[in-house]
Write a protein that binds this ligand. Sequence first.
Ligand SMILES: Cc1cc2nc3c(=O)[nH]c(=O)nc-3n(C[C@H](O)[C@H](O)[C@H](O)COP(=O)(O)OP(=O)(O)OC[C@H]3O[C@@H](n4cnc5c(N)ncnc54)[C@H](O)[C@@H]3O)c2cc1C
Length: 321
Amino acid sequence: MAEAIDRVGFVRATRTLTPTIRLIEIEPVDGFVAPTPGSHLDVSVMIGDRPDVRSYSVVGPCADGAYRIAVKRLEASRGGSAYMWSLAPGSRLAHSAPGNHFGLTLGRPDYLLLAGGIGVTPIFSHALALQRAGARFRLVYACRSRSDLALADELRGEIGDRLEIVIGEERGRVDVAGEIARLDADGEVYVCGPIGMLETARRAWAESGRPPDRLRFETFGASGRWPAVPFALKIPRLGKEIHVPATQSLLDALEAAGVEMIADCRRGECGLCALPILGLNGVVDHRDVFFSDAEKAANAKLCTCVSRVYGSEITLDTPDR
Ligand SMILES: Cc1cc2nc3c(=O)[nH]c(=O)nc-3n(C[C@H](O)[C@H](O)[C@H](O)COP(=O)(O)OP(=O)(O)OC[C@H]3O[C@@H](n4cnc5c(N)ncnc54)[C@H](O)[C@@H]3O)c2cc1C
């Protein structure tokens, strides 16, 4: 559920952290609401001449009353992140109060924090909060290359050797199952990273037999295994044929064509917008974290908010209700 965009702030400063990640400090005009670890702001962005909303995790406790967010500029995108990169000191932006779907539960005997790429932003706040609480934890931060590392020096300064950095080009992938095996039996894991990392963590967690609710994760949306391409969507029950451009989600295309949809999170977590698949010419790029591996392989349904077709056509049924 999106937060209400009912506040205004001004950009106080920006700092380029990596060639594609920029830190933006936002000074709120309507009063500062202290973020809890894992919070995000919803921000109004302009996509061409149309307003839209993007979410950005708050980086750190922001003790000086200014929100800090770090935005990764995506090339293959509709343009929300590029808009954020166009902001300069003095720019005005409309935003929400901090909302949190990735809150930290204190009091566990042990924690594993797993961050992949820009997924470090909420994990940064979790790490600082655990450090301040004197909790036992480790943070494994994976990036493709050393030049992608953001906030690593700040993290090292705050949490020292509790931070382990895994650079894909140098050391390959994180041994997620091994990391989970090292965790106390009553420990908790927090993961934020690309879909592959989330799926690996979910699989390893299930295989470890630990309680499902002790694995907590946040997805940033929609990165898939294949690039976004345009495709045709047929809904025989409604007699509709819809063109889904590369720059529009299936859900947005369905709603724009007047199909009544039920949706909530719009980032592949809740499964409310899933529809049954009747036919396919191509492969389904399942970009959600709602369906299990077996359900994705069975291809009976897809989450229309994030998943796409890499191919030419899909035939869907309407929701069973
Ligand atoms: C709770 C939360 C916290 C977040 N925190 C951060 C953060 O700290 N830093 C940060 O940089 N980002 C964060 N994000 C992501 C951010 O909100 C934006 O999604 C991101 O900036 C990309 O916006 P965009 O318009 O540039 O790209 P989009 O167009 O939204 O594209 C994003 C991804 O979706 C894919 N995609 C593009 N078009 C489509 C389409 N038509 N259908 C399906 N998929 C498509 C792209 O391949 C790309 O991987 C967060 C998201 C959430 C939900």
